[in-house]
Design a protein around this ligand. Structure first.
Ligand SMILES: [Zn+2]
Length: 174
């Protein structure tokens, strides 16, 4: 059983399932004149509003956001496949496919589907790859974009005014 399958949560930003949660544990203690003695440990528990974070991408949020992200991913992936996605397929997609490669993934999927069709629907490896691409194309656009990014374009567009000012300054300099 994978972490994802066991806990049905994932990072809303990168899809990783190895999250950290600020959980609570009840401990029974006995009072002494110089402090306490731990007696008994209870269950570990967390609630939907408890904090969760992801080491892989530094996302911080709540348990309920991580649960919602998993539900959405499982639903859209299963819709795309026509059968229920398994958690290992999701693990593989989030670790091997990047949102920036989506246009290429769509092209690859078309090519593979045509080849698979031409081969009369044979080829287990091709079928697996087709399924992974279908999952990737369904779940990657659902990932939350990072608020600050230092690469990958559209979020950080250069300020056109700043660029003009620099060009003017450059032209004026001797
Ligand atoms: Zn993450």
């Amino acid at each position: 059983m994978s972490v994802r399958e066991r806990w049905q949560m994932q990072c809303p930003r990168c899809g990783d399932s190895g999250l950290h949660i600020d959980a609570k544990q009840e401990v029974t203690v006995q009072l002494h004149e110089d402090g306490t003695n731990e007696q008994d440990r209870g269950n570990i528990a967390w609630e939907s509003q408890d904090r969760a974070r992801c080491d892989r991408c530094d996302w911080k949020g709540t348990v309920s956001a991580a649960e919602k992200a998993y539900k959405t991913a499982a639903r859209v992936a299963s819709d795309a496949l026509g059968y229920e996605v398994n958690d290992l397929q999701l693990d593989e997609v989030y670790h091997e496919f990047r949102p920036a490669q989506l246009p290429q993934q769509r092209k690859d999927l078309k090519t593979l589907e045509i080849a698979f069709e031409a081969a009369g629907g044979r080829g287990v490896e091709q079928a697996d790859e087709i399924d992974l691409l279908r999952v990737a194309i369904a779940v990657l656009p659902k990932l939350k974009k990072p608020r600050h990014t230092h690469h990958d374009g559209p979020i950080h567009q250069e300020n056109p005014h700043a660029r003009t000012d620099t060009q003017i300054a450059h032209r004026r300099s001797p």
